[in-house]
Ligand binder design. Structure first.
Ligand code: IMP
Ligand code: ZN
Length: 348
């Protein structure tokens, strides 16, 4: 990559809104985890997709390997702190991390301790004056069905109250070919009624139109991917109309979609469809560890693929602030930071 462009995109202040904790673990952190657990015989090549493309199913196999490596409070604390610091080093000023609470009988980890440990990592980074604001979304894995979803929402509600607003919402993710959103509607409705924001993976694969129609009626506050919403790729005008009418921002993850083969190549990414219409879109990484990318690299790829000038990229990163689940005061602060940094960049 071009060094000058590289520096520009690293310095550009950015907002990351779609980052799964265990998919964001870097090679360096992975090495530390592998050293802690030599008996598992896990090779670094099993935890990331360096080159080439995989099926979505193969991508989900990678998460299973990573989950074996991250199974204690100690691991989660290290992983979360490393991930937060790496995003900060890449110029991310505001991060919404998401993760699926897991219990592990081997290590005595409970779902509550899981969330508390991520929150502890966020607090420690704040105390260490890492230059980034972090919030947390509790993730519901769609494969686990109605009861687990409801249990997760209750845990998220408790944590939202206990953490003074560090938990801001709920994510719906997991293998899109498994389970149906209709079974999760009661849990999602409850979350929304208790003041949580909803960021839902929607239409990540074709043939989810019916589910997307249903979930868009909530409506969610943000959409992850939304790859197959528009009619040109088998979605429908009615889906697009719902997204546009409610002005629901899309979290777009270019490399994730190309490497996971839901999009044929960068130039055919649905970024173009929504950006051209002036719809709010936010560039994100999804799983920077698994897909071997960084947010600065995703910005650079979007700019070079779609011919966007630096000013347009400044606008894109600044507009992402309004799509965050941050309280109004923090949004204003972030906007000031952007203005100051942009003035500074122009003087240089
Ligand atoms: P974790 O929730 O921190 O353990 O992060 C890994 C989990 O995030 C995976 O097991 C999936 O449930 C979810 N995930 C990561 N990437 C994707 C994606 O592209 N689509 C749907 N779910 C995903
Ligand atoms: Zn995702």
């Amino acid at each position: 990559m071009d060094c000058e462009a590289d520096a520009f995109y690293r310095q550009l202040p950015k907002v990351e809104l779609h980052a799964h904790l265990n998919g964001s673990v870097s090679v360096q952190t992975m090495e530390k985890l592998i050293c802690r657990k030599p008996d598992l015989n896990i090779e670094p090549s099993m935890t990331a997709i360096h080159s080439g493309r995989r099926t979505l199913d193969q991508c989900f196999q990678v998460f299973k390997v990573i989950h074996q490596l991250v199974d204690s409070e100690e691991d989660i604390l290290m992983v979360a702190k490393d991930v937060i610091k790496e995003f900060a080093a890449d110029g991310v000023k505001y991060l919404e991390l998401r993760s699926t609470p897991r219990e592990e009988t081997n290590t005595g980890l409970t779902k509550r301790r899981y969330v508390e440990t991520v929150i502890e990592a966020i607090r420690q980074c704040k105390n260490e004056e890492v230059d980034i604001d972090v919030r947390f979304l509790v993730a519901v894995d769609r494969r686990n069905g109605t009861d687990v979803a409801m249990e997760t929402v209750k845990l998220a509600e408790d944590m939202m109250l206990a953490t003074d607003g560090l938990v801001v919402g709920l994510d719906l993710s997991g293998d899109p070919t498994v389970g149906h959103g209709r079974d999760l509607l009661p849990a999602l409705e409850r979350a929304k009624n208790s003041g949580m924001k909803l960021a839902l993976h929607l239409s990540e694969v074709p043939s989810q139109c019916e589910e997307s129609e249903l979930l868009l009626n909530l409506p969610p506050h943000r959409i992850g991917h939304g790859t197959f919403l528009h009619p040109e790729v088998g979605g429908s005008q009615s889906l697009v109309d719902k997204v546009v009418k409610n002005s629901i921002p899309l979290e777009l993850c270019l490399t994730s979609n190309v490497k996971g083969q839901t999009v044929p190549c960068y130039s055919k990414h649905h970024f173009q469809y929504w950006y051209q219409r002036g719809h709010p879109v936010v560039i994100c990484t999804d799983d920077k560890g698994v897909f071997c990318t960084e947010l600065s690299q995703e910005y650079q790829l979007a700019a070079s693929t779609f011919g966007l000038a630096p000013e347009a990229m400044w606008r894109l990163s600044q507009q992402a602030i309004d799509c965050t689940f941050a309280p109004e005061g923090l949004k204003q602060q972030l906007k000031q930071t952007w203005t100051q940094l942009q003035r500074q960049a122009l003087r240089e």
